[in-house]
Design a protein around this ligand. Structure first.
Ligand SMILES: Nc1nc2c(ncn2[C@@H]2O[C@H](COP(=O)(O)OP(=O)(O)OP(=O)(O)O)[C@@H](O)[C@H]2O)c(=O)[nH]1
Length: 248
């Protein structure tokens, strides 16, 4: 049973950037928002960026949480605050890919309404490659996620195009839901996906207006418990497991 009830229906688009340590989450986030590449960026805290960006040609309030791999819930796919997830791994680090794959799978199973973008970062380090692009692309297609391989270090344009297109999709998905339209188009054709990756020149993001550093307590305040369902009852269960049924 999938739980679609945690999607945000109004207000800012909320995106969580998750993934293993040292894969380039902070570099990617900062690159997108400021166009600058920060080579050494060490942080043990989650960072929440609040800004207004041009999304699909119109100003849109966006909040991006750059999660820290060392925080408790870095890859928690149940993070209900977010309606979209950028799941980052490094193409030079198989373990980071395995972690990303688990996250993508969990999101697909438990946050079906969330939009997901799988990013293989550090494509400039092809000689150290441990993750084949086709494997990651297939994983993304299987779980109806977007996919991109890119180098945050070398290509500001790729980062902008990929994230711009993703935000556009997140916004469209939300508007579709608000207008009573069909929920997220979960199956994406390869042609459409490649088209979005090739992309067109998009307007540069406007400067970041607000940065909030979240400590653990503040981060927890953003979380509300997921309502969990007992599979046989198909009803929310107060405490799990709902004996003698199996909780999902
Ligand atoms: N070669 C290369 N290095 C990169 C790229 N993106 C990030 N890095 C480097 O990877 C390292 C980790 O980057 P971060 O942005 O701190 O990674 P993170 O995922 O936020 O790490 P945590 O804060 O530990 O969760 C830094 O030394 C970056 O310079 C890239 O595209 N290519």
């Amino acid at each position: 049973m999938k739980d679609d009830r945690t999607s945000v229906q109004s207000g800012p688009l909320r995106v969580a950037v998750v993934g293993a340590s040292e894969v380039g989450k902070s570099a990617l986030t900062v690159r997108y928002l400021t166009k600058r590449y920060i080579g050494e960026y060490r942080s043990d805290t989650d960072m929440l960026y609040k800004c207004v960006l041009q999304v699909d040609g119109a100003p849109q309030s966006v909040e991006i949480m750059d999660t820290s791999a060392s925080s408790d819930k870095t890859s928690d796919p149940n993070l209900p605050w977010a309606e979209a997830f950028v799941v980052v791994y490094s193409i030079t680090d198989k373990e980071s890919y395995q972690r990303a794959a688990t996250t993508v799978q969990e999101l697909s199973e438990r946050r079906a309404s969330a939009s997901v973008l799988l990013v293989g970062n550090k494509s400039d380090l092809g000689h150290l490659r441990e993750v084949e692009e086709v494997e990651a692309r297939t994983l993304a297609l299987t779980h109806a996620a977007r996919f991109a391989e890119l180098s945050t270090a070398e290509s500001c344009t790729s980062v902008s195009e990929v994230v711009d297109n993703f935000l556009k999709e997140v916004k469209a998905q939300r508007n579709g839901n608000q207008n009573g339209g069909s929920p997220k188009l979960r199956k994406i054709s390869v042609t459409r996906m490649l088209g979005s990756l090739i992309g067109r020149n998009s307007p540069p993001p406007t400067p970041v207006t607000h940065l909030i550093i979240l400590d653990k307590a503040e981060r927890n305040k953003l979380q509300t418990p997921l309502t969990r369902l007992c599979r046989p009852c198909l009803r929310p269960a107060q405490s799990l497991p709902c004996s003698p049924h199996t909780a999902v």
